[in-house]
Design a protein around this ligand. Structure first.
Ligand SMILES: Nc1ncnc2c1ncn2[C@@H]1O[C@H](COP(=O)(O)OP(=O)(O)OP(=O)(O)O)[C@@H](O)[C@H]1O
Length: 273
């Protein structure tokens, strides 16, 4: 059964339909990508899932229960964790203090049971930022700050991780390490739903991908299917010569090789941006 179900969600901002009857799911133990051109409705979907945005219509179910009307903090208590495009850490605190505070927040009324330094340091180690533990959060590189966001989120032991452009600011080596970390986190049973513009990462680590365009889900499936889907090519390429796009990908390699996917989509995405 899906851990998260988004069912026929519509979000309208005045005359703008940001999300248009979108339905998709995310499963425990799997990494799910939510991709699409700029303005496709990805962040609005995340806001609906996490409770920051009430949908005009439609439902969200999490862990077998409806959460559509639940406030953010109650979804968090049930096991949703989210990172944001905008960085949220306390700039004047050290990296270690930020993670310690995140533990405290998630432990709520029993927060007086302090996390041990070993808990905090193990988490910093896990996301690969232990060497920055004593640095002020406002002095660390952007990529490191994103990993700090992830550590703060993991302090709440979420069942579902909602990651909004988590790899921006990471270099290639860091992104590879980050992809491995995501796979480990999923293998431990978490569901990961990720909005991400780095198609190498998306195609390399996602088990399932949902593609949004103008607020609608235009394709869902594993990377190999998404890469060759005509509607996806249309959305990213902006013209209907689907066969050309498929041919160039096919000639590069087989459909199962993530590298071939990225030879089509990322280039196109840069053009769209
Ligand atoms: N609060 C708002 N009020 C009015 N329109 C909004 C609001 N938030 C988003 N929109 C519009 O809804 C549409 C979807 O925006 P959204 O930010 O969800 O897209 P996105 O796929 O996350 O884009 P990006 O990749 O650029 O972050 C866009 O047309 C955007 O301008």
């Amino acid at each position: 059964m899906s851990l998260l179900e988004v069912d026929d969600v519509v979000v309208q901002f005045g005359g703008v339909t940001a999300v248009n009857h979108a339905s998709f799911a995310a499963h425990a133990g799997r990494i799910t990508g939510l991709i699409g051109p700029n303005g496709a409705g990805k962040t609005t979907c995340f806001n609906v899932i996490s409770g920051l945005q009430r949908p005009t219509r439609g439902k969200v179910r999490f862990d077998g229960r409806g959460v559509t009307r639940l406030p953010v903090h109650r979804r968090s208590k049930r096991g949703m964790g989210r990172t944001f495009q905008r960085l949220e850490a306390f700039g004047s605190l050290s990296v270690r203090e930020n993670v310690r505070v995140a533990f405290d927040i998630h432990r709520g009324p029993i927060g007086w049971i302090r996390p041990s330094s070993a808990d905090v340091d193990a988490l910093l180690e896990r996301v690969g930022i232990a060497s920055y533990a004593g640095e002020r959060a406002d002095s660390i590189p952007t990529g490191t700050a994103r990993l700090l966001e992830l550590a703060r989120c993991l302090a709440g032991q979420p069942k579902l991780l909602l990651l909004d452009e988590p790899s921006s600011g990471l270099d290639e080596t860091e992104t590879d390490a980050f992809g491995e970390l995501l796979q480990e986190l999923a293998a431990e049973g978490r569901a990961i739903l990720m909005v991400e513009h780095d198609m190498d990462l998306v195609m390399g680590v996602c088990d399932d991908i949902h593609v949004l365009d103008f607020g609608s889900v235009i394709a869902s499936g594993p990377p190999s299917l998404i890469r060759s889907d005509p509607a996806v090519q249309q959305a990213y390429l902006g013209y209907s010569d689907v066969e050309d796009a498929a041919d160039s990908a096919d000639s590069a390699d087989s459909a199962d090789d993530p590298a071939t996917v990225t030879q089509v989509l990322p280039v196109v995405h840069e053009e769209v941006r």
